[in-house]
Design a protein around this ligand. Structure first.
Ligand SMILES: Nc1ncnc2c1ncn2[C@@H]1O[C@H](COP(=O)(O)OP(=O)(O)OP(=O)(O)O)[C@@H](O)[C@H]1O
Length: 310
């Protein structure tokens, strides 16, 4: 369990995290979303005791990180890449981590096995690790103490599709074991496939905290997809819908209609005698919900001339 209460961090005059109150519970993957500079990394750093809050609290299992007696057994984190020395092997890196935290050496082999790194990969020096292997090693390190809470900052950044799929399945497994899993990302499509719940930040403030399905469901369906075997009939239907104020555009041989319900489109088609083969409300994606939620809170936005404005 991660508890944030009135969590605030200022850097000089800039407020990176602004009065954030949220609880991140066990047994699910929570996606931590927000545009660049929204305060995700700063929040994670405060949870891990790497940054001191200006105000408020960040608690892991009810206590500030600095008060945890055996931090590696309480919370594991993947912040950026692995932090492995370029000349040191992954195995040696994990052994050193284990030793300094009183964790038996055999646990190193266990976590390497868990993340699917074989002896040959674990013997490679840090500089020879691929990004995907580095991420696996980083996650192995986070799991050394078998912690109930895991924080992963942008774990799929730069990974190939296999690596992305692996992270997705692995984090799902960790949540299914009852752990608290918090994953930050700006890849909405990825989070849509991974997260059970999402916490969205905009300019350091909480903009949404909801189950993923609920967040998407509360957005209006973005459009209705209409297909049929008679182009002339579809054109007549489109014209009639447009006359009613709907926005109609061609969509892969059919129509994409916004501004009316699927029911209304069906009724009109019936009235006009137009045969339809498909009439589908297309739900807003997480990406659309995210853009809508964070509109106005992006650090840099394309201005009307396409230039960047603060
Ligand atoms: N050490 C620091 N000193 C000054 N400002 C900082 C520092 N760390 C972060 N910031 C500022 O705090 C704000 C939040 O940054 P943070 O890295 O937490 O955002 P983020 O949501 O993780 O962004 P990204 O997705 O780009 O990683 C930004 O405006 C950033 O410039």
């Amino acid at each position: 369990m991660i508890t944030l209460r009135g969590l605030t961090k200022r850097f000089g005059a800039a407020t990176a995290v602004d009065d954030l109150t949220v609880e991140i519970g066990p047994g699910q993957v929570t996606g931590f979303l927000g545009p660049n500079g929204a305060g995700k990394s700063t929040t994670m750093r405060m949870v891990l005791g790497l940054d001191r809050p200006t105000a408020g609290q960040a608690l892991v299992n009810g206590r500030p990180y600095r008060e945890l007696r055996y931090p590696l057994h309480e919370v594991g984190a993947l912040l950026d890449a692995t932090g492995v020395h370029p000349a040191r092997s992954g195995h040696a890196h994990l052994r050193a981590m284990a030793r300094s935290n009183g964790i038996p050496a055999r646990r190193v082999d266990e976590v390497l096995d868990l993340v699917g790194l074989d002896a040959r990969a674990a013997a490679k020096p840090g500089r020879a690790l691929s990004l995907g292997m580095g991420q696996r090693l980083g996650i192995a390190g986070a799991l050394l103490g078998d912690p109930p809470v895991l924080l992963l900052d942008e774990p799929v950044n730069g990974l190939d599709p296999d690596g992305v799929r692996w992270i997705r399945r692995f984090t799902r497994g960790l949540a299914d074991e009852g752990r608290t899993v918090l994953i930050s990302s700006h890849l909405m499509s990825e989070m849509q496939q991974t997260a059970d719940r999402v916490v969205v930040l905009g300019r350091g403030r909480l903009v949404a905290d909801a189950p993923l399905a609920e967040l998407i469901a509360t957005r209006p369906a973005s459009s209705v997809r209409v297909r049929g075997p008679e182009p002339a009939g579809l054109a007549a239907l489109g014209a009639r819908l447009a006359a009613e104020g709907a926005a109609v555009s061609p969509d892969e041989g059919g129509l994409a209609v916004t501004g009316v319900t699927a029911g209304r489109v069906g009724d009109l088609a019936y009235e006009l005698g137009v045969r339809l083969h498909e009439l589908t409300p297309v739900a807003a994606s997480l990406e659309e919900a995210f853009l809508e939620l964070t509109a106005g809170s992006v650090e840099y936005a394309a201005g009307p001339t396409g230039g960047e404005t603060r």
